[in-house]
Design a protein around this ligand. Structure first.
Ligand SMILES: Nc1ncnc2c1ncn2[C@@H]1O[C@H](COP(=O)(O)OP(=O)(O)OP(=O)(O)O)[C@@H](O)[C@H]1O
Length: 268
């Protein structure tokens, strides 16, 4: 699915939060949104997944304006794994994943064998099949996150939006989750804080700073020690890892910087 965002702006009480955001995601691409706290990543995503209404600009999916789609039509095309996972009701894990099938059904239509198979398969892919009958609210943060990913898989939408999907996940599941998204070849847009993960897994990165797109391109085009200093305010060294051939970032805490500068070891 091709996703286009043009001139997207959103603000609260006249104060702009994101301004003039343009981006394009080509079919099958995994695009990461990176940027410091408060730079507008979640606000941008919420405008795309329709929790917020853009004040200017537009979003299109395969050339169709999002604003012209019903919410059901949107959900057939777009699955969301967001950070707000609390639910007022206590559903089982199975029921939560089954909700991913709703956009494909008529109201009150019974669940089919195909629905059951898709739910089972999705739970298996995230390693949560043994938890199917557990109550969702009793799960740990990471387990909940994996169930929400399973729901997105069961939804079978072509476009996946994720807001910090690896939040709460231990390192094994972080890698598994990112690998999964990559191997599914779904068109995906994800806010990410871990810049090494972003460089490793994303085809392209969009760097947000103070509500605007500061830079965009492949990790190699975008990421530099200069950008990390200017946008994130950190000192770091980047190398192409000899095994993965991907960019790998090492950060230098302030306490080390003085020492390293003196030794001439800090490379900009
Ligand atoms: N409803 C609101 N009213 C006022 N300010 C808001 C509102 N929603 C977001 N903001 C502000 O807009 C800015 C961008 O917030 P947003 O959550 O989009 O940032 P983010 O890049 O996702 O941050 P983080 O990395 O911390 O999750 C923040 O300064 C936030 O406080």
């Amino acid at each position: 699915m091709k996703v286009e965002v043009q001139g997207l702006s959103y603000g609260v009480k006249g104060v702009p939060i994101i301004q003039g955001v343009d981006l394009q995601i080509h079919p099958g691409e995994f695009v990461g949104i990176i940027g410091p706290n408060g730079s507008g990543k979640s606000t941008l995503l919420k405008n795309i997944y329709r929790v917020l209404k853009p004040q200017a600009g537009w979003i299109s999916l395969d050339g169709q304006q999002l604003s012209e789609l019903t919410h059901k039509e949107t959900a057939q095309r777009m699955a969301v794994v967001s950070q707000e996972s609390s639910s007022a009701f206590d559903f089982t894990v199975w029921d939560i994943v089954l909700m991913g099938r709703h956009p494909h059904k008529r109201m009150f239509a019974a669940d089919t064998r195909e629905d059951d198979a898709l739910v089972g398969e999705a739970l298996e892919r995230v390693g949560m099949e043994a938890y199917a009958r557990r109550s969702f609210s009793s799960l740990s943060g990471g387990e909940k996150q994996r169930v929400l990913i399973a729901r997105a898989l069961a939804q079978q939408s072509q476009f996946l939006i994720m807001d910090e999907p690896t939040n709460h996940l231990d390192i094994r599941y972080q890698l598994q989750m990112m690998d999964l998204v990559k191997t599914l070849r779904m068109t995906a847009l994800s806010a990410l804080h871990d810049l090494n993960m972003a460089c490793y897994f994303c085809d392209r990165l969009i760097v947000m700073n103070e509500g605007e797109v500061y830079a965009s391109g492949t990790p190699e085009e975008v990421m530099s020690a200069e950008l990390l200093r200017q946008v994130f305010g950190v000192s770091a060294q980047l190398i192409v890892h000899p095994v993965t051939r991907k960019l790998s970032i090492t950060y230098f805490p302030e306490s080390l910087q003085h020492h390293l500068t003196q030794k001439g070891a800090l490379i900009s």
